[in-house]
Design a protein. Sequence first.
Length: 198
Amino acid sequence: MDLSRAKPRFAVLPIAAAGALALVGSAFAHANVSPPVVVSKKGQFFTLDVPTEKENAATTKVELTPPSGFSIDSFAPSAGWKREAQTTGTGENTVIQKVTWTGGNVPTEEDAVFQFLASTNAAKTYSFKVRQTYSDGTVVDWAGPESSDTPAPTVEAKSSLGGGGSNTLGIVAVALAVIALVAAVAGLVGRSGRRTLA
């Protein structure tokens, strides 16, 4: 599925904001799904980014298992990657249970980035499972608690954001983008001290 097939009902957040927020994952060296806060029951543009932290190895495979109630509608093409989705149901009732990207080759200190349109069915926190495979066979499961070295990416869905109007959402998106850019720049400046896998 590609973005060109996305339904008109989706209110896509500005791509600049999503891209900037994706950099936060790089700054904190964790697998990340952004934006971190969304409006429930509304289509959003999401970015998954997975950092290659291991020295002398590349990220060659990424698996994403979305939580129950998080519905992926379509994907943006990812150059250099082959995508396979495990689904149940058909047509409008299709539910994506797992997505696997293979064939890529993302070197140390770069991020594997994937984008998709999706929506949440309730106001709550959604936790994702991400499995990263390196070219040397090392596997990292980003599925732990927030305090761990490999925390699971999370997204918080709210019933509204400051009233929920389209103008308000636009302002929130821009504000988040600015914050993300500042955090990303700070992370890049201090990148020399980032944790690497043995």
